[in-house]
Design a protein around this ligand. Sequence first.
Ligand code: IPE
Ligand code: IPE
Ligand code: MG
Length: 249
Amino acid sequence: MSAASDDLLAKVRVQGAVPRHVAIIMDGNGRWARERLLPRPIGHRQGMKAVREVVEASLEVGVEVLSLFAFSQENWQRPAGEVSALMSLLEEYIQKEADELDAQGVRVVFLGDLDRLGTPQRAAVDRVMAQTAANSKLVLNLFISYGSRAEITRAARLLAEEVAAGRMTPAQVDEAALAGKLFTADCPDPDLLIRTSGEMRISNFLLWQLAYTELHISPVFWPDFGRCELYGAILDFLNRDRRFGRVSA
Ligand code: IPE
Ligand code: IPE
Ligand code: MG
């Protein structure tokens, strides 16, 4: 913590209600490394440190759900060396952080097509989810091998199966039923979506859930994103007028 982040945290506290659910597209690890003439995996490793700081900052400020986009379905198409570096880092992250996260009261949840993970990664993921399942201070959703279109398609297929089996009628297929079949069924929709590295796109993340989420694009590459940037984004969010299609109060 620094004087600057303390000051921002105090400002957030003065404003009152923080977003319940913050989602982040953690982008720019590769460019962070390239700027320093380092290999891309070094950027990913540095990005892991930013995850730690942002989790701690979320606990401090009282966010209930933190959703991090860590690896997309499309990211499987990156060069094999980069994919395997990312998978090793995933395992390392769990090994290093599981006990600390557990002690902090964080419930770690992995969401995505986890069947595509290798055996050691899958075992690590299952282990930390089981270890932290009873915690309730902060839900940390880690999206791995995740694509939103695939998630929605899967939900539609699950509903079709219910209807085909006669457990549901077509008329019962409504928004709540579909939302109930998404990986995020237990979470409120994100209030705030942050994307780092200045990119202004959603990249197949939470297409359904982001319907009325406030967007904050940060120019900072993910490895340089920390407390100050998170609190700054929350302050920005607190000044928004969320209308949900209605007129202001
Ligand atoms: C985000 O950083 C991490 C993942 C997508 C896995 P990138 O690897 O996309 O970094 P850039 O966008 O190439 O800089
Ligand atoms: C989005 O970043 C996915 C994650 C942050 C995990 P990408 O770097 O893969 O997205 P594009 O290719 O720039 O849209
Ligand atoms: Mg990127």
